[in-house]
Structures are given as structure tokens and as C-alpha cells.
Design a protein around this ligand. Structure first.
Ligand SMILES: C[S@@+](CC[C@H](N)C(=O)[O-])C[C@H]1O[C@@H](n2cnc3c(N)ncnc32)[C@H](O)[C@@H]1O
Length: 248
């Protein structure tokens, strides 16, 4: 497989601002090690369990989890496209994202990495693992095309449902009703818990609709809990939302 390109130097000249600029949802992903930190996962307990990663992008969680005998499936609207098209999107989106990170270091806490360079190496490695696994296992239904708020799975299919870096981060793009419908859909396909991370926008400020969201979920039988986690990457990403359907 060809090595992923490094960002063009011109993208380093981005003016500093108060938040990460996210004009579109990035095709950007993280490794199993990072997922363990921000989802507070007990990996040995997941062996043999069915786990769904929603909005998985080029994260290597599913590839690495399957290698550890976890029955992981990933879903993303881009799945179904050719591996080379996804590799090209990785090249473009990683260049833009890392250029912004280098231009706005004050936005980062880096609890999980010694430096931004280390984070970049880890995440580029994740994308390479994803691309290799996608090529090998797309035909085995390990990677499924689909979008929130309507997922192509039966009720209660998975023991655990994960969703990172889509809800709340793109609150300028997705309104409150979309977030509520997305949370209900994540809970529908789970027989156990849903874990969502982070709970802030690209400015590091908490999602302003969170209290109302939790109240409206509760009214339809979905309990929620906000947990503090031993992780922070950009400032404000030190929490996790856990959803669980209440017994009827
Ligand atoms: C920033 S990536 C997150 C990848 C991974 N979850 C992680 O945290 O490393 C966001 C992903 O959401 C996907 N996406 C965009 N709209 C979506 C939708 N409506 N439902 C599910 N996924 C969506 C994008 O294709 C992209 O791969």
C-alpha cells in the first residue's frame, strides 16, 4: 500500500482562531488505543461481544477490535466507495486537519499524546490500518454504508454502540432535532449501552442543548449519564455520554 502523503506546507499558514474550523464533516479517524481512552472501554470484557462503531470514518477501531476477537462492525456514509477514493479523502482531510492543529496549539490539552506530532503519527497509522482492513473485509460486511439518523440494523443488534466525533462537534451543521433523532437511533440498535464522545463543539464549549436532550431522551425511556474520562485532546473533550434504554 502506498504511504499516506504528508500535508502540503502551504496549509501551515492558517490564521489562529478560537476554534477548529470544520466546514464539512472530516473523514478523519483514530486508533483502538485512543478509542479505549475516550470511550472508557474494558477491552477484555468485549471479547465475543457485538460492537458497532457509528460514523467510524477511517478509524482503525473495528480492524483492531476484530483482530482481538471482538465482533466489531463499522458504519459510515462513505463506505461502499472504492478504497482509493477513501485514501484520497484521508490524504486531503488529514492534511487540512493537522495543518489547523499546528496553527492553533492553544486549543489542545494532549492528555493522550506527548505531542501533536505523536498524535499525527498515531492517527495516520490508524488510517493506514483502516484502509488495509477495508480492502480485505468490506465484502464480509465488516464495513457498512449508512447514516444517522437511520441506521441499517435491526433493533437491539449490538451489545455496545459507539459514536465519536460526529454528534455535538458539528452542531453548526446538525440541529437539535437531528441530535435527538440520532441518539434515539443509536439506542434503538443497541441491546446495552451507547457511548458518545465528545460532548463539546469545536470551540471546546459544552453542547448547549445537552440538558434538554437528556430530558427529552428520558421522556422516551432512555436514561443518560455524563462521565468524566481520563482523556483530553482538544480542550473540553474530557467527558463521555452514556445512554441506556430503561426497562419497560
Ligand atoms: C471525524 S470522523 C470520526 C471518525 C471516528 N468516529 C473517530 O472518532 O475517529 C466523522 C465521520 O462521520 C461520518 N458522517 C458524516 N455524516 C454522518 C451521518 N449523518 N451519520 C453517520 N456518519 C456520518 C463522516 O463520513 C466521517 O467519516
Amino acid at each position: 500500500m502506498p504511504a499516506l502523503a504528508t500535508p502540503p506546507a502551504c496549509l501551515d499558514r492558517i490564521p489562529a482562531g478560537p476554534e477548529i474550523d470544520l466546514p464539512a464533516v472530516s473523514f478523519f479517524g483514530r486508533s483502538l488505543a485512543e478509542y479505549i481512552r475516550f470511550f472508557d472501554l474494558d477491552l477484555p470484557a468485549l471479547k465475543g461481544r457485538d460492537v458497532l462503531d457509528v460514523a467510524a470514518g477511517p478509524a482503525s477501531f473495528t480492524a483492531e477490535a476484530c483482530a482481538r476477537k471482538i465482533n466489531a462492525v463499522a458504519v459510515d456514509p462513505r463506505y461502499g466507495e472504492a478504497r482509493d477514493a477513501l485514501a484520497e479523502q484521508v490524504r486531503t482531510d488529514y492534511a487540512a486537519m493537522f495543518a489547523q492543529m499546528r496553527a492553533k496549539p492553544r486549543l489542545f490539552r494532549l492528555k493522550a499524546f506527548p505531542s501533536l506530532a505523536a498524535a499525527e503519527t498515531d492517527r495516520r497509522g490508524a488510517a493506514e490500518r483502516f484502509l488495509a482492513d477495508y480492502e480485505a473485509h468490506y465484502i464480509h460486511n465488516r464495513y457498512v454504508g449508512g447514516s444517522l439518523p437511520l441506521l441499517p440494523f435491526f433493533d437491539g443488534t449490538f451489545d455496545l454502540v459507539l459514536c465519536a466525533h460526529l454528534l455535538f462537534v458539528y452542531a453548526k451543521r446538525f440541529d437539535f432535532d437531528w441530535h435527538l433523532a440520532a441518539c434515539r437511533e443509536l439506542a434503538r440498535v443497541s441491546a446495552g449501552e451507547v457511548r458518545i464522545h465528545p460532548l463539546c463543539g469545536p470551540d471546546g464549549k459544552p453542547y448547549p442543548g445537552l440538558a434538554r436532550l437528556r430530558r427529552e431522551l428520558r421522556e422516551t425511556g432512555i436514561a443518560s449519564e455524563v462521565r468524566t474520562i481520563d482523556y483530553e485532546f482538544f480542550a473540553g473533550t474530557n467527558t463521555l455520554l452514556v445512554l441506556r434504554k430503561e426497562a419497560a
